[in-house]
Design a protein around this ligand. Structure first.
Ligand SMILES: [Zn+2]
Length: 235
């Protein structure tokens, strides 16, 4: 299963966009990931996907957030620890750099409770993408909804690459972001029918098409909203 998915990633990496097998869940508004091309990141062109190790032993409680560092240094210290994990881990620091939340999810998503959403508001959120991908449209939308100072995703590459989206000086254009999302989903419904049945019933070819569209959409959101985006290569 994992091997199949990685084969798909490699195959689609020939194109500007690629996806994980679970990415189409977005269509059902499930919490999960989808991916954006890394083509905005010159530094990552030399990186290669790393095969996640499902047997990796990870203790969330043991994740260290070193004190007495700048916020950027703390985030990078966290990202070095989570970069190659086979499951997603999300850590949120507040505006002063103090940890407010840490969560462990599946290989393609992290679920938040309402209370945790409240805790994350206005902070620095970082997480890892085990499939080595860039931001999903969901990540972009989350940054808006939680008014994050930054959302960051460290891709499982060698060396790891951190995708960083920073709150614009004038604030997030949340309404505009939402309108773009609604428009895109309406277009998807029109183009692909979106039969409304269980996602398992969607033909594989249809899922692939939808994923490619959603992968492009993550890039579209960043560009249309003129969001400050950069990458950091972890040494
Ligand atoms: Zn993400």
């Amino acid at each position: 299963m994992l091997a199949n998915r990685l084969a798909s990633v490699v195959l689609l990496n020939q194109l500007p966009y690629f996806f994980s097998c679970s990415a189409w869940k977005e269509v059902g508004h499930r919490n999960n990931l989808l991916l954006m091309a890394k083509n905005a990141s010159p530094s990552s062109s030399a990186s290669r996907p790393v095969v996640p190790t499902p047997e990796a032993d990870f203790d969330l409680a043991a994740l260290a957030v070193p004190p007495n560092l700048s916020v950027e240094e703390k985030l990078q210290a966290i990202e070095r620890q989570i970069a190659s994990l086979p499951m997603e881990v999300c850590v949120v620091l507040d505006a002063e750099g103090e940890e407010v939340l840490r969560l462990q999810g599946s290989d393609s998503s992290v679920e938040f409770t309402t209370q945790q959403v409240g805790q994350a508001q206005g902070g620095y959120m970082t997480h890892n993408h085990p499939a080595g991908t860039g931001f999903s449209w969901r990540d972009v939308r989350t940054a808006h909804h939680l008014n994050l100072l930054q959302i960051r995703a460290v891709s499982n590459l060698e060396p790891p690459v951190v995708h960083v989206l920073t709150r614009p000086a004038g604030g997030w254009a949340t309404q505009e972001c939402e309108q773009l999302c609604v428009s895109e989903f309406n277009r998807l419904k029109t183009k692909f029918g979106m039969p409304g049945t269980a996602p398992e019933d969607y033909p594989a070819a249809l899922k692939r098409k939808i994923n490619v569209r959603l992968g492009k959409f993550a890039v579209t959101l960043v560009n249309k909203l003129h969001l400050p985006y950069n990458t950091v290569v972890l040494s």
